[in-house]
Design a protein around this ligand. Sequence first.
Ligand code: UDP
Length: 327
Amino acid sequence: MTNILVTGGAGYIGSHACKALKAAGYTPVTYDNLSTGWEQAVRYGPFEQGHLTDRDRLDQIFAAYQPEAILHFAALSQVGESMREPGLYWHNNVAGSLCLFQAAVQAGCLNVVFSSTCATYGDQDNVVLNETSPRHPINAYGASKRAIEDILRDFEAAYGLRHVIFRYFNVAGADPEAEVGEFHQPETHLIPLILDAIDGRRNALTIFGTDYDTPDGTCIRDYVHVMDLVDAHILGLKWVEDGKQSRVFNLGTGTGFSVREVIDRAEAITGKKAPVVEGLRRPGDCTKLVSGSTRAVTELGWSPERSTLDQMIGDAWRWHQTGHYDK
Ligand code: UDP
């Protein structure tokens, strides 16, 4: 079977991608330093522990597995942390990706599917965010991902590194079979935090800002089901395997929900009240991030059928009640 190197395969999105890869007939080889991921989430192929910045280790992995392509998920991904400690983001995300791509080129592995983010666009109120929108990130996380996109562009020109870049909007939900799910420690993402507040694992959810210029004053995001998101990666993998031109795709549904709307749906789906307190804005947060493009649907044939708020929260709730990982 064809080996695919999955950096960050022990993390939330990477572990779901490994499940989808295996179902599509590939062998996912997870490369992860377990800084935020979980060995127990590696269920669908071999696991190799290592850092993105460890060139010797990467050379060994490429030699041992001869992967046909890389799905590059491994990254630090918290907006708030990136504002407090930008150096971590430039080192781990940018220097780490550079090291990975250099090792890939040397090994002759010239197909990459890269997890980028809508945070590369920054705050562009009332502007449709499509793949040709200017990139003006307002936090170090988004800036680090923009820099990696630029490395890919230059490496394609110089070395023929074919790539698909996915700019994710907000990923949510879990494997409906609850084999893998979202489990961060500490948790910073909205939906699992609401579920924690609902079932008493935390005292309350703090809403980060109620004075934004939106109908209810809270930030608006475009949520995508993690299973739909990883389906797009399989299509992206086929895209680069077929030798098609490198391309950027937004992965969002085009529909935005405010923080308050997500809380309301979570309460309706679980039948329980979420204790909430209103807090200050979180530095680095954009007012509204909604995808304005259907390029992934029209060109890749992607159909994000599971990305309704109800299914995302329902699947997250099922996982939340049954699944977790331990160190
Ligand atoms: N959010 C919030 N309280 C929290 C965590 C998140 O109000 O405890 C808000 C956050 O300000 C943003 C939205 O929920 O508007 C989604 O945040 P998350 O961290 O899940 O994803 P991000 O948009 O940062 O990628």
